[in-house]
Design a protein around this ligand. Structure first.
Ligand code: ADP
Ligand code: MG
Length: 614
């Protein structure tokens, strides 16, 4: 059969896809060589001497010529055909387990035609014989004509044409052995990268932008951090280009992303920019910072869902800031060069792309910048790099000094003492509860119950479940004169609370590490000594212990992956790479690199010739 014909039958686009139809196991039909270690599994030559039916069994007396020893065969609840499977005086090859009873015995052996082979077993697929098709398709010659690096080829051949050595390794690992897995990971990731490249399309940018960044930077009351400078440099290069750029800028809470947003507005000027934030309070905060740091000639407009906003028009402003209400307005975004979203992970894909679409014009696209405090792991970034560029801001303007510790029930009095002490110094405290209302099968105090307690013992206690209508007002009042804020995990990430020194997270073991890190990032934003207390009933929780030792958001992202893999995750909003069968986002960076190089080479055969001839 022609390869193409086989591929069509398998419904695979190419040989690499067919490789991923791996067998689910192997059938060892090698002849048993000795009976020293029983029970043993395999194939034996057997002579059938006599058969005897009882109501519930078929008993067969047989002889093993290779071992000069009798064998008893038992079939329970035999059907008619069983008798004909074992004709008297015939010599058969039987596969199964030989064990020692009174004499040697086999229960329900299989009569096999082939022996001396390792036969891959496949999932039944629409009645087609995968074994035959795949063995014909996947040959050394065929593999050599693919971009798969030579070193992987013997390992792929092993999967479909297994040797006894491979089989033994397979049994030892109860899975494909490491070298084979590596080859499979390569194939999987290569295909993935290839499909990403097909999705990639270049769009012309509406405007190439060269605003006066230097002037803006010198006007600031502080020097930019290395990370901020680097991010603005990347953005400047993007904007200079005639193709529309798309970049995700990741930096921990407090790394100063707002300044990068404002710098981008400057770079885009005299063209217009638009920024979407997840909540009213964040949009308002960004607006205030824009007024504070941007030069007066840039007109900034705040658009919320309120009646005041409805009276304003985009055309009167150079920089529009707003909430999701932005996407519901029927405004003309044709002269907008830049579309941004802050805390981008809070938006759905739909929402994010809506503004982008609105701002596209005659096949040309605006530049897109997304800002996020939740870093994705490096491997993930490498995988996505064809669709979106990445910048990591790794430093913060203030050294964050946050002590993280785990608290148990018996530590409550010392927590109280700490809170009193902080409040005396005019610092603020947030307590995050896992649930709003009491629940039967849940042992932690709820927000409601907690509220009763704190209000009774303290002044300046504010409370929001994150879903209430007046939550913005509550936050604003707390910011100005509150002492203790009781909240759920829904509480805003981006809001600036310079006096906040302490966060207590109740039931911390129930949360993803990324969420814990976001919550912790709320304190010590402006250099105040900070405290993060993880309150838990679960003692000896290694994940929480690791968390107390890790401050860096990127390390947290890696840690999170590690624990996700071990299934210790209860929530999370980040892509975790679960779509891969073999490839592991948390440890296979080298393989991505290799697949990327190979993909480049396969697109550029000239380069390949040069490399081969070296
Ligand atoms: P985030 O990355 O969480 O959005 P912000 O942009 O809100 O962080 O910045 C946190 C605080 O740090 C703000 O008060 C901001 O004005 C201040 N800030 C930003 N960049 C610098 C800098 N280079 N030097 C000093 N302070 C800075
Ligand atoms: Mg921010």
């Amino acid at each position: 059969m022609q390869s193409q014909e086989i591929l069509d039958k398998l419904k695979c686009k190419n040989l690499l896809e067919a490789i991923l139809l791996t067998p689910k196991g192997y059938n060892n039909t090698h002849l048993i060589e000795n009976l020293e270690h029983l029970p043993t599994f395999g194939v034996v030559q057997t002579q059938i001497l006599s058969t005897h039916r009882t109501p519930k069994t078929l008993q067969i007396s047989a002889f093993l010529p290779d071992f000069h020893t009798p064998l008893k065969i038992t079939i329970f609840y035999p059907k008619k055909f069983h008798t004909s499977l074992f004709p008297l005086n015939s010599t058969l090859y039987l596969q199964g387990k030989i064990q020692k009873g009174f004499e040697l015995e086999m229960i329900h052996p299989k009569v096999v035609k082939h022996f001396g082979e390792i036969i891959p077993i496949f999932e039944k697929k629409r009645g087609i014989d995968l074994l035959e098709l795949l063995q014909e398709l996947i040959t050394e010659e065929a593999l050599l004509s693919t971009p798969i690096p030579k070193e992987f080829i013997p390992h792929i051949l092993n999967i479909f044409h297994p040797t006894i050595g491979f089989y033994e390794e397979y049994m030892f690992y109860k899975n494909f052995p490491p070298n084979t897995l590596k080859a499979l990971k390569f194939v999987e990731i290569f295909l993935y990268l290839q499909s990403m490249q097909k999705k990639k399309r270049f769009f012309s940018s509406k405007f190439s932008c060269k605003g006066d960044l230097k002037g803006f930077i010198t006007s600031l009351p502080f020097a930019l951090t290395h990370g901020q400078n680097q991010a603005l440099q990347d953005i400047q290069n993007d904007f200079n280009s005639s193709s529309a750029s798309k970049r995700l800028i990741m930096g921990d809470v407090g790394s100063g992303k707002t300044i990068v947003i404002l710098g981008s507005v400057i770079l885009a000027y005299p063209h217009k920019s638009i920024l979407m934030a997840p909540t009213t309070i964040l949009a308002t905060q960004l607006y205030e910072e824009a007024l504070k740091f941007l030069p007066a000639y840039i007109k900034v407009g705040l658009f919320l869902g309120d009646s005041k906003s409805k009276k304003q028009n985009y055309e009167d402003f150079d920089f529009i800031i707003g909430t999701q209400a932005l996407i519901h307005r029927e405004e003309d975004l044709r002269d907008f060069a830049l579309v941004m979203s802050d805390e981008q992970h809070r938006f759905g894909t739909q929402q994010r792309y809506f503004l982008e679409k609105l701002a596209s014009n005659e096949g040309k696209k605006p530049h897109i910048l997304q800002f996020s405090a939740t870093p994705i792991p490096r491997t993930m970034a490498m995988l996505q790099s064809d669709l979106i560029s990445h910048t990591f801001i790794k430093d913060t303007p203030y050294k964050k000094d946050i002590t993280t510790s785990i608290l148990y029930k018996q530590d409550f009095p010392s927590l109280l003492a700490h809170i009193k002490q902080e409040i005396e110094q005019d610092h603020q405290v947030i307590i995050v509860y896992p649930l709003v209302e009491e629940s039967q099968n849940f042992s932690y105090t709820s927000l409601k119950k907690g509220e009763e307690y704190w209000r009774k013992h303290f002044e300046g206690v504010y409370c929001t479940n994150g879903g209430d209508k007046d939550k913005d007002k509550v936050l604003q009042e707390f910011k100005e004169r509150g002492k203790i804020l009781l909240a759920t995990t829904l509480i805003e990430v981006g809001i600036s609370l310079p006096r906040l020194s302490t966060i207590v997270i109740v039931g911390a073991e129930r949360m993803g590490l990324a969420t814990l890190h976001q919550l912790r990032g709320r304190v010590s934003r402006n250099g105040l000594k900070g405290y993060c207390f993880l309150f838990t009933y679960s003692d000896n929780n290694q994940r929480l212990k690791d968390f107390t030792q890790t401050k860096n958001g990127f390390e947290i992202a890696e840690l999170d992956l590690k624990y996700r893999k071990s299934g210790d995750l209860l929530e999370g909003d980040r892509q975790s790479g679960n779509e891969f069968r073999f490839f592991d986002v948390s440890e296979d960076e080298e393989i991505v690199k290799k697949a990327k190089e190979t993909l480049e080479l396969s697109k550029n055969p000239k380069k390949q010739v040069i490399i081969n001839s070296l």
